[in-house]
Design a protein around this ligand. Structure first.
Ligand SMILES: *[C@@H]1O[C@H](CO)[C@@H](O)[C@H](O)[C@H]1NC(C)=O
Ligand SMILES: *[C@@H]1O[C@H](CO)[C@@H](O)[C@H](O)[C@H]1NC(C)=O
Ligand SMILES: *[C@@H]1O[C@H](CO)[C@@H](O)[C@H](O)[C@H]1NC(C)=O
Ligand SMILES: *[C@@H]1O[C@H](CO)[C@@H](O)[C@H](O)[C@H]1NC(C)=O
Length: 340
């Protein structure tokens, strides 16, 4: 590990010596290495001088935190990160990213945090890895979000100031707990049906959504959205007051049984999906326990047998190892039989 690092530094130094005059060398030299919480961090933050236009291909391959903020990177393709499979945090804010090819991010199967705020993305990138926990897409003109549900582990989603017209839920997202849609002043409605798709949400920021529930006819939806967030313990920041009742019009009655049915059904589908994902994890855990038992119990029994043989006590007691086993390890017995 250390030798690799030293070799890399020597390599970088030689590269700098030979290519000193070109812009590429500046790029190399600008990445500074350090440790953050035991993780290797490369800081290639574009300062006042040269800006990176592509992902450099000569960063240390062990890099775990890659900082590339304030550069001029526009595109990511399936070769961009192929050399850096250990990245856990990728910071690409304030670039000009408009195209992310599907294979770009899927190679990063350890990626947990992705910051793409302040770019030019029209859609949520395809191929988001399952490991992703935190996605920041603030200040992108996002129009399409159908790839969002692929990020099955996503817990925090930031979509502040994205010009959103609709609440971002196209399919159930049971892992999501924190959603920031603040500063989307075109977002005028928050339907409980869409809220139900994020069934485990506990934190929602709608601060600065200045048109939210402003129309008088939004009153009922507003009331039911408020009720939904209260019943499901969603902490909402910046929710405007619901429009007041307007005369004796039909809209004041606020009964929509079909919508309620739809909302409940979606909520249940989301919770089922959550259970399914966790049952899967549980079953893997259980299988691991069983495998360990299969391997260790016979070894333990043999060890006891051998120890037992060396004892004189054993000659007196006619009991065999299997009775000892039966008495002391009732619960593990079936695994042993399974093994045999
Ligand atoms: C290096 O950067 C300067 C200024 O940005 C630019 O004019 C020049 O063409 C670049 N040279 C190469 C080899 O890219
Ligand atoms: C990368 O993308 C190109 C097209 O852009 C494609 O031809 C190639 O097969 C891809 N490589 C991998 C490893 O996916
Ligand atoms: C909600 O969003 C606004 C605007 O983006 C921000 O200023 C505020 O701090 C956020 N609220 C919380 C509780 O984070
Ligand atoms: C009452 O509601 C109707 C339509 O629902 C709207 O046209 C009218 O402007 C509202 N009146 C007030 C005082 O808000």
């Amino acid at each position: 590990m250390k030798t690799i690092m030293i070799l890399m530094f020597v390599g970088l130094f030689l590269f700098f010596e030979t290519e000193g005059a070109s812009n590429i060398s500046n790029i190399v030299v600008r990445c500074k290495y350090s440790k953050k919480n035991e993780l290797l961090m490369a800081n290639c933050h574009g300062a006042n001088g040269q800006k990176l236009k592509t992902i450099p291909d000569n960063i240390m391959s062990e890099v775990q935190i890659l900082k590339l903020q304030t550069n001029r990177i526009a595109k990511l393709n399936n070769r961009s990160f192929v050399m850096y499979p250990k990245i856990k945090e990728l910071l690409l804010s304030d670039n000009v990213v408009h195209t992310i090819k599907p294979g770009s991010l899927s190679v990063l199967d350890k990626l947990e945090l992705l910051d793409l705020s302040g770019n030019a993305l029209y859609e949520v990138p395809a191929g988001l890895p399952k490991s992703l926990v935190h996605l920041n897409l603030n200040m992108n003109p996002i129009k399409r979000m159908d790839q969002l549900s692929r990020a099955v582990g996503l817990q925090v989603l930031k979509l502040s100031r994205c010009g959103l017209v609709k609440y971002p839920a196209l399919d159930v997202m049971p892992s999501l707990v924190e959603l920031d849609v603040s500063g989307n002043d075109l977002l005028n409605d928050l339907d409980p049906v869409t809220l139900a798709a994020t069934c485990r949400l506990s934190w929602l920021n709608v601060t600065g959504c200045t048109t939210l529930f402003q129309r008088p006819e939004s009153r009922c939806r507003c009331l039911s959205a408020v009720k939904w967030t209260r019943n499901h313990n969603i902490q909402v920041f910046g929710m405007p007051p619901c429009p007041v009742a307007n005369g004796t019009s039909v809209a004041n009655k606020c009964t929509a049984p079909t919508a309620l049915h739809k909302t409940t059904a979606l909520f249940e589908r989301c919770m089922d999906e959550w259970d399914r994902r966790n049952t899967f994890r549980w079953s893997i855990g259980l299988w691991l326990v069983i495998m360990v038992a299969i391997v260790t119990v016979p070894m333990y029994v043999r060890w006891r047998n051998q120890r037992g043989h060396s004892k004189i006590v054993r000659a007196i007691l006619p009991s065999t190892s299997s009775t000892v086993f039966n008495v002391r390890h009732e619960s593990s017995r079936k695994y042993l039989f399974f093994y045999m």
